[in-house]
Design a protein around this ligand. Structure first.
Ligand code: AHR
Length: 650
């Protein structure tokens, strides 16, 4: 029966958990447990954005990055990346191909994909491109190859003369084999010239089968959590290393060929993890993020640049008198999300296929910004946004750390401003999480709420937790989160960070979900987050031992809530020790106990245990039914275990 079994009742008060169902406390916000998405670790391009062609529009810093010319072109310049910046600033480059009566189709192009292309047998693939061709007819033989150069799917596309006009043909074909490291070859048969742009290959089995959509397995893992909100697009990516490289949502909407690509700041952030081929094509942009939020039933939570670039990088600052366009971006975003279709940005949303509003209720201004310059800018944003949208909630940064001078300054300033939400970030050792489970017990109880916007326990290298999340980190997060739940009147939102990482292209670890080109798996931290999100409940109830919160004595942490919809009490119990622990739980205010309860246990005897591609279920929750006898529930908690107990209130 997992880590929890019914045993004879224990008598000592130290082991008696009193759950005061007759003293319900704070409401737990529907937003309580959410997710944080950032395009880091190849999270978007090469990640959830299912495009398989890397550098599809030849806009990377090295225009042919990801591409190779095949065969022996007759003349230098037969494959020439050309720039038409004067006519098209968003997508200036295209590939000009000259064929010299190439009858045998012996020259071509090859794209390597993002660390290869993940191809699945039986799935159909949509090939599309933009082209223009002054005359004649060219046959393009499109094929997918495995690393042994064996064909695993092919189709031929015949292009006809278009003159000066760009045409956008699409064709699809079925893959005959599964291959994690495929490449795409395009062989040209014909004579004359052709201009090519936006060469693209998508699987058809995307999330909700949307053409040009997202990778279904990765999104499914999010949907399975039923997150209360999704924060996007980050993280530091919002700030940019400099302002030119900041995230600008307006450049991420509309037709994808008009979305201006920029370098991904994580491309060069860590020398040891440099990834020169990491760009943001924005095929996944703000419209798609809003749509994703809607799909998975999460409140959208966009974060915008506040007029400051990353203060760990250039710390570039927009002068106050030039801040208007930044503020306008925020106002326009609310119109884009919520405005009637008769408004300019409401119309853009409708034209993109979503006339109904997205019901945006909140946004963040600034990511990890700090100091008086941040406060000065934030005040301007706040005034303008609240004047136009009085009920709209704003999330404010408290900097990079949960304590210290920068934090203290901002915490005081933001509270003076009656901030709606203060966004706190903590990447700390597991011990910090265990020691800080009471962090919010003594926080001010006023209108300013906390958004635990980015957190993760980082085991040190010595405990093997550097790269992937181990159970040591995850159990510390589970323990800490009892404190978030207990203080749900103060903490209204929380999200682990970062979310996704590709095993061959990551810059930052640990991360909640790891993927390769075909597979994805949740870490123990994922399962902790999921258990909290699926067992959110609606109202906190006190869970006490000797009239005190259960926050670390004997390595034990607990919280409780009720779920009004299902009429259940939910206990979360974390035993962080290597010993079994026994407790009695007395549900005060309930007439009688049911005969059974549902128990879900996440545990491992090995704190270094991790999930992996080879063993994705090493640490996963196990559900069972527990018999209840008598007036108290007698609990036996396995060593190193996180238990969720659901009991019907009769
Ligand atoms: O989550 C990774 C990074 O950590 C985020 O981009 C940033 O906000 C924080 O420093």
């Amino acid at each position: 029966m997992g880590g929890l079994v019914a045993v004879g009742a224990n008598a000592q008060a130290d082991n008696l958990i009193t759950v005061k169902l007759n003293q319900p406390g704070a409401a737990i916000q529907p937003t309580m447990w959410g997710v944080f998405f950032e395009d880091i670790n190849m999270g978007a391009d090469g990640g959830i954005y299912a495009e398989l062609v890397k550098n599809r529009s030849f806009e990377f810093a090295m225009p042919m990055m990801g591409w190779k010319v095949l065969g022996k072109p007759a003349t230098e310049g037969d494959f020439l990346v050309t720039n038409r910046q004067q006519q098209n600033t968003a997508n200036p480059r295209y590939l000009h191909v000259t064929l010299h009566n190439n009858k045998d189709g012996s020259i071509g192009l090859s794209n390597e994909g993002f660390r290869g292309m993940g191809i699945k047998q039986g799935v159909r693939y949509d090939f599309s491109m933009m082209y223009r061709q002054p005359a004649g007819e060219i046959k393009m033989h499109i094929e997918l190859l495995n690393p042994k150069n064996q064909n695993i799917g092919s189709v031929t596309l015949i292009t006809k003369a278009t003159g000066e006009k760009w045409s956008n043909p699409k064709i699809n074909f079925q893959a005959t084999a599964t291959e994690p490291k495929a490449k795409l070859n395009i062989w040209f048969e014909g004579d004359g010239t052709i201009d090519l742009d936006m060469i693209s290959l998508f699987p058809q089995d995307t999330w909700k089968n949307r053409p040009g959509g997202m990778r279904a397995d990765m999104i499914q893992l999010l949907a399975d959590m039923k997150p209360g909100f999704i924060r996007f697009p980050g993280g530091c990516i919002v700030e940019g290393r400099d302002l030119a490289n900041r995230y600008q949502w307006k450049k991420t909407i509309g037709p994808i060929e008009e979305r201006q690509l920029i370098m991904n700041r994580w491309n060069v952030e860590f020398a040891a993890k440099a990834m020169p081929d990491y760009f943001q094509t924005f095929g996944l942009g703000f419209f798609e993020y809003f749509q994703l939020a809607e799909d998975i039933g999460a409140e959208p939570l966009p974060i915008l640049n506040c007029g400051m670039a990353c203060q760990f990088n250039t710390a570039e600052l927009v002068p106050i008198e030039q801040l208007d366009p930044y503020v306008q971006d925020a106002l326009d975003l609310i119109e884009f999300a919520n405005g009637p279709v008769t408004t300019p940005y409401g119309k853009v949303r409708a034209d993109m296929g979503h006339p109904a509003p997205f019901n945006l209720k909140m946004m963040g201004v600034g990511n990890e910004n700090w100091g008086p310059q941040y406060v000065e800018r934030l005040q301007i944003f706040t005034k303008a946004i609240k004047a136009k949208y009085p009920g709209f909630k704003l999330i404010n940064s408290s900097g990079t750390d949960p304590n210290g001078a920068r934090f203290d300054y901002l915490n005081a300033e933001l509270r003076k401003m009656n901030a709606d939400f203060i966004d706190e970030h903590y990447y700390r050792k597991p011990e910090w999480f265990l020691q800080n489970a009471s962090r919010y017990d003594n926080y001010p109880r006023n209108a300013t709420k906390i958004f635990a916007g980015e957190y993760a326990a980082h085991s040190d290298k010595a405990t093997g937790g550097e790269i992937k999340n181990n159970w040591h980190a995850a159990i510390a997060e589970a323990a800490f989160m009892t404190g978030l739940e207990r203080n749900a009147d103060v903490v209204n939102m929380a999200s682990y960070a970062p979310l996704f990482a590709h095993v061959e292209a990551w810059q930052w670890a640990p991360d909640m979900i790891w993927v390769d080109n075909l597979h994805s798996f949740g870490t123990p931290s994922y399962y902790v987050q999921k258990l909290y999100a699926l067992n959110k409940g609606s109202q906190v109830v006190p869970a006490l031992i000797n009239d005190s919160a259960i926050a670390g004595k004997n390595g034990f942490y607990a919280s409780a809530c009720i779920d009004k919809q299902t009429n259940e009490v939910i206990l979360k119990l974390v035993n962080t020790t290597d010993k079994e622990q026994t407790y009695d739980a007395l549900l005060q205010g309930i007439k009688k106990l049911p005969k059974q309860a549902i128990v879900t246990v996440l545990k491992s005897a090995d704190l270094l245990a991790v999930n992996s591609l080879a063993n994705p279920a090493a640490v996963t929750p196990q559900e069972s039914v527990m018999d209840i006898k008598g007036k108290k529930m007698a609990l036996l908690l396995a060593p190193y275990s996180f238990t969720v107990l659901r009991v019907k209130m009769l």
